[in-house]
Design a protein around this ligand. Structure first.
Ligand SMILES: Cc1cc2nc3c(=O)[nH]c(=O)nc-3n(C[C@H](O)[C@H](O)[C@H](O)COP(=O)(O)OP(=O)(O)OC[C@H]3O[C@@H](n4cnc5c(N)ncnc54)[C@H](O)[C@@H]3O)c2cc1C
Length: 411
């Protein structure tokens, strides 16, 4: 009996290990397209691998999994972040939880994770074949028969069970097309976790400025996010922007990445509360220049820019800023508008929204409803998350569930 796992990434290794732990006698082979397995895990988290999250600040899974939260909730009953944490520690990788609830190996080195996965797979007898790119898949002709797998420039192979863990597929042709031709429903792939290009020179001149707790939203939509915001030489970046790009990934793709970005530089300040704060500043420091006394949390370069953007001269004293000036400043601080000119093409922590539709799989086993013996896990499925360790957690959870379910296929 043979199992073929397509894709030697996070989900592929986790599925292989979970399967072998239950069924040591089943021959399990990971087929990996590139020369090296686990390449993305290696570069994840800037080489430190943010492998999961404590979920302590997550009230609703929808806030971190814009796509796939219902399935993740169900699968967390089988293998959740605490199980992942315990798994890595049990396998010799001590972990640490940062103040922002992101979990990293204590070594601060992703190799601790990749070596552990590779060693464990080797110990259990998982075979790994690199430079094997799956290009075709034919279902068995009869019940309990084998799938035929075609690889680019290689002889074809067969396996009774196939677990597809080929990761995010940014293009609809290629593997997604192969799967679509098998009748599997596919959600069109779109990038997620990207930053915004904003063609506004006086803003981008502020590159390097960080606002710890900004709120951002897309005008005319319900998409909004809060967190640190970074001004860059191309526009805006930072966790708040990445989170917004994730929640609005499909909307922005439809809008050709053009939309008005609303920025509340004060975070959750309302026009009323910000006006009250400004009146307090003006009342306490009437003779000081507006630029010399500013709202907490805003760096002086940004403050000067926002004052000027509100039409207030930088020499003006607080006592000289009339009602109209204060109202303009309140508006700039709480509802500043910038047209997004596009998606910044440079990729950092980039994931793909879309992939194999969740309606295609049994939600308890991740087996294709229409193709017995074919399982899915990882980013190839239409599951993706905001930053913070949630994407790798999805790979561990779905890999574990698919691996265990595949093991029961042989029972
Ligand atoms: C720069 C960067 C940093 C990131 N940092 C983090 C982080 O710190 N924390 C976090 O949670 N998430 C992070 N992510 C996201 C996370 O890495 C992915 O969501 C996760 O790796 C998905 O796991 P996977 O196993 O589904 O896919 P992958 O890990 O991408 O593995 C898929 C594998 O399949 C192979 N493959 C593809 N097509 C074929 C084919 N046709 N035949 C054979 N093999 C194939 C690929 O080469 C690849 O090795 C980061 C992503 C990037 C790009």
């Amino acid at each position: 009996m043979r199992t073929a796992i397509i894709g030697g990434g996070a989900a592929g290794f986790f599925a292989a290990i979970a399967l072998k732990e239950i069924c040591p006698s089943v021959r399990v082979t990971i087929y990996e397209r590139s020369k090296k397995c686990l390449a993305k895990v290696e570069i994840s988290g800037g080489g430190r691998c943010n492998c999961t999250n404590s979920f302590a600040e997550v009230g609703d899974l929808k806030s971190v999994y814009p796509r796939g939260h219902k399935l993740m909730k169900r699968l967390f009953n089988v293998f959740d972040h605490e199980d992942a944490y315990a798994w890595f520690e049990r396998h010799g990788v001590p972990l640490t939880t940062q103040d922002d609830q992101c979990v990293f190996p204590v070594s601060q080195d992703s190799h601790s994770i990749t070596l552990t996965l590779q060693n464990e797979a080797r110990r259990l007898g998982v075979e790994v074949r690199t430079l094997h790119e799956l290009t075709g898949l034919t279902p068995p002709a009869e019940e309990k028969g084998a799938y035929t797998l075609e690889f680019l420039g290689r002889p074809s192979e067969t396996a009774e069970v196939v677990i597809l863990t080929a990761g995010g597929q940014p293009r609809a042709d290629g593997l997604l097309d192969v799967l679509s031709r098998l009748g599997l429903p596919i959600q069109s792939p779109h990038p997620s976790l990207f930053t915004f290009t904003i063609a506004h020179k006086s803003l981008t001149d502020l590159m390097g400025v960080v606002v710890e707790g900004a709120s951002v939203a897309l005008a005319g939509t319900k998409f909004r996010a809060q967190g640190p915001l970074l001004i860059t030489h191309w526009g805006m970046s930072g966790p708040a922007i990445l989170k917004l790009s994730s929640h609005a990934a499909l909307h922005l793709a439809d809008a050709d990445y053009r939309s008005d970005l609303l920025v509340n530089w004060t975070g959750d300040g309302t026009p009323e509360s910000v006006l009250a704060d400004l009146l307090t500043l003006a009342g306490t420091h009437p003779q000081r220049q507006v630029t010399s006394v500013r709202l907490a949390g805003l760096q002086s370069r940004l403050w000067d820019y926002l004052v000027a953007r509100s039409g207030i001269s930088l020499e003006r004293r607080w006592a000289e800023v009339g009602k109209k000036g204060l109202n303009k400043l309140v508006n700039t601080l709480t509802a500043d508008v910038y047209p997004i000119a596009g998606r910044y093409p440079h990729r950092e922590e980039f994931v793909t929204a879309g992939g194999v539709a969740l309606s295609a799989v049994n939600p308890n086993t991740l087996e294709a409803k229409a193709l017995p013996g074919l399982y899915f896990a990882g980013e190839l499925l239409d599951i993706d998350a905001v930053t913070g360790g949630f994407n790798l957690q999805a790979a561990w959870t779905t890999g574990f569930v698919a691996g265990q379910a595949a093991a029961h296929h042989f029972a």
